[in-house]
Design a binder for this molecule. Structure first.
Ligand code: SF4
Ligand code: SF4
Length: 182
């Protein structure tokens, strides 16, 4: 009988070789980490390139793309990464952005914040006293933070941040994520 070019079952030695692989620990750590970290791509508009022509707006069917002042802006919470808005932009202002975020339960609290779009600062109300209030850019980098005062208010100073979209996370173990435009 002709011999098969590969074994149909693992022998004891095969499994022990696999389990001793130096990659098995990193692979298992990656699987655990992947359960806590959500990674996806979305699109963003470079405000330095966008001339506000609005050609891209009708191509977005999710409502993520809108005009804010003289720029197109993409709401990261609504962008599904389809890329349909990219070809209509002949200036090449729309680019792919990897978004990395920590998964978790979002509270359904009555947190409000504003102004949005922001200019110099943002006021957050309705959160629990002592809760952290953190601002992340769309790469997941922490760019500003404060804590909620005893009377339930927090003020984020954003004058040093570039124009663009940001995410505000309010709370620690249970948190709410808000989308901010500056
Ligand atoms: S098509 Fe390009 S340049 Fe025109 S508004 Fe959209 S992103 Fe800006
Ligand atoms: S990538 Fe798709 S969902 Fe996101 S802004 Fe462009 S058209 Fe809208």
């Amino acid at each position: 009988m002709a011999e098969l070019p590969y074994p149909l079952i693992f022998r004891k030695g095969d499994i022990s070789v696999f389990s001793k692989s130096r990659w098995i620990v990193p692979i298992m750590l990656f699987i655990v980490a992947a359960s806590a970290i959500a990674m996806l791509w979305i699109y963003q508009v470079d405000p330095a390139i966008c001339n506000g022509c609005a050609r891209c707006i009708p191509y977005c069917t999710t409502g993520a793309l809108s005009m804010v002042g003289s720029n197109a802006v993409i709401d990261p919470a609504l962008c599904n990464g389809c890329g349909d808005c990219v070809p209509p932009c002949i200036r090449g202002a729309i680019y792919k952005y990897w978004y990395v975020g920590i998964t978790g339960d979002e509270t359904e609290g009555q947190i409000s914040f504003g102004p949005n779009p922001a200019v110099e600062s943002v006021f957050v109300t309705g959160a629990a006293a002592g809760d952290p209030v953190e601002v992340f850019d769309l790469t997941g980098r922490l760019v500003a933070s404060t804590v909620v005062s005893p009377d339930g208010e927090a003020v984020l100073e954003l004058s040093n941040l570039a124009s663009g979209n940001y995410l505000i996370r309010v709370g620690m173990d249970e948190f709410q994520v808000l989308t901010l435009i500056k």
